[in-house]
Design a protein around this ligand. Structure first.
Ligand SMILES: [Zn+2]
Length: 97
């Protein structure tokens, strides 16, 4: 059975540059963390995040490619999954249909 998700575009809050497309599962309204495995696009980022990381220090920040603002920092969730902890107010999200 396929779980339902909503699809969001995440853009830089400073310059508006598109960063990624995210599949959000569950009912929560906010986007506090992005699970790497639910990041759907772009391919370069998906590929980068699919590498096997051992240490937080090896994982890149989620950074705007245009203005270099840092929008999220990597962390390990309780379940041992990699996430970006998102900096609230530094990004925009747009619900896609
Ligand atoms: Zn930017």
């Amino acid at each position: 059975m396929k779980k339902k998700h909503k699809t969001f575009d995440i853009n830089c809050g400073k310059c508006g540059n598109y960063l990624l497309t995210y599949h959000k599962y569950g009912a929560g309204k906010g986007i506090l963390r992005l699970y790497f495995s639910n990041i759907a696009a772009p391919d370069e980022l998906v590929n980068l995040l699919s590498l096997e990381y051992d240490r937080v220090g090896d994982v890149p920040n989620l950074q705007c490619s245009e203005c270099e603002e840092v929008l999220g920092v990597p962390a390990l969730s309780k379940g041992g999954r990699w996430v970006f902890r998102m900096r609230q107010g530094y990004f925009h999200r747009k619900l896609k249909r």
